[in-house]
Design a protein around this ligand. Sequence first.
Ligand code: 6PG
Length: 243
Amino acid sequence: MRELIITADPKELAVKAADLFAGVAQESIRQRGRFTAALSGGNTPRIVNQEISARLADQLDWSRIFIFFGDERPVPPDHPESNYRMARESLLEKVPIPSENVHRIPSEKDPQEAAKEYEADLRAVFPAPMDFPVFDLIFLGMGEDGHTASLFPNSPALQEEERWVVKNRVERLETDRITLTLPVINRARNVIFLVAGASKAPALKQVLEGPPDPARYPSQSVLPRGRLVWLVDHAAASLLIGK
Ligand code: 6PG
């Protein structure tokens, strides 16, 4: 089931995202004793992280919350481009989450090795035997080219059907990224896209209303068994029919 929620602006998007985060966290902890969530990199997810830390630091049992990452750049954790550093600054150092509950992608290592180690970490956290982990929540951003996580148009990772985490060559950026794969994303109980700004409007229209072309618009391939929420602001939704 796909839900489209359109907010007036990025701030309202962040408030709504924090409310959704809190709801899924409380339900997951109530039902299974813990809440597993994968964060996204990017500027829109950053403002969501800030809203979560501002509103929920004292509202949730952070000892039962386990944080992961949807993808990472091939840089050390203190690098300005690090998704982990962004999450640490905007959320993790502002809430009482035990450090052992934060599962960072070891992106200071060779991307192939980092992917292998992160997958091993996930296998240690998510009970076997299972073909794929089931995250309670995965936050995703979307790029102007329709990429999500580090699943870029026409990149090799789009074809991955078995591994949980892979190194993905991104020719346009002339870099290797580390990313969760589509089978993992599509097993999540809740997937929430966070998309703001007029620059995203053309890609969002193609992803939501255009013909199926997942190689060109990888976000089209995010069709989780669980709940899918497209949380977008008015500017990003400006080209959608009947918005
Ligand atoms: C990354 C993210 C990427 C991001 C989108 C949207 O590592 O950059 O995983 O998928 O979420 O590019 O980013 P913005 O919200 O900054 O446009």
